[in-house]
Write a protein that binds this ligand. Sequence first.
Ligand SMILES: [Ca+2]
Length: 157
Amino acid sequence: MKVVIVLILTLLSVAAAQNDDCGDGFSLVGSACYKIPDELLGWYDAMDHCRNLVHSNGMKAALARVETCSQLHSLWEFIKGGYPIVDYWLGGTTTMDPSGAFRWDSTGELVPMGVPFWFPGQPDFPSTQETGLSLSKTGYFADEEAHIKQKFICQLL
Ligand SMILES: [Ca+2]
């Protein structure tokens, strides 16, 4: 009986993680519509992949933004509910700002810094070296070298 209950709960959590509330495979997570493709790509190729995911209703997509504490919490719960605990590219980059600050590629706004967004000690490399923003397997932000092929999160704009 216990096994059956665990199995049902597991199936429910997978179904919840892969809901289609936003249509075209995008899931409503907190206040955003996210999609986690199967591919492993570097930051730039991941951004191109997201930009090519035009929704059937005409909405465009880009690598995801996470701008509030509650949104970070919702996204991490979504990942834990049906996706691997690995590093995921987000849409932040140091390459748009002469000072090397992290900005969201899709809006140009500054990425929030410090607690509770970033893992302690991150970002830990010069902005010219680890230019991509990752939601790391710790559940917090980290700077990573943009050529690294990893999973990524797209968001409807
Ligand atoms: Ca780092």
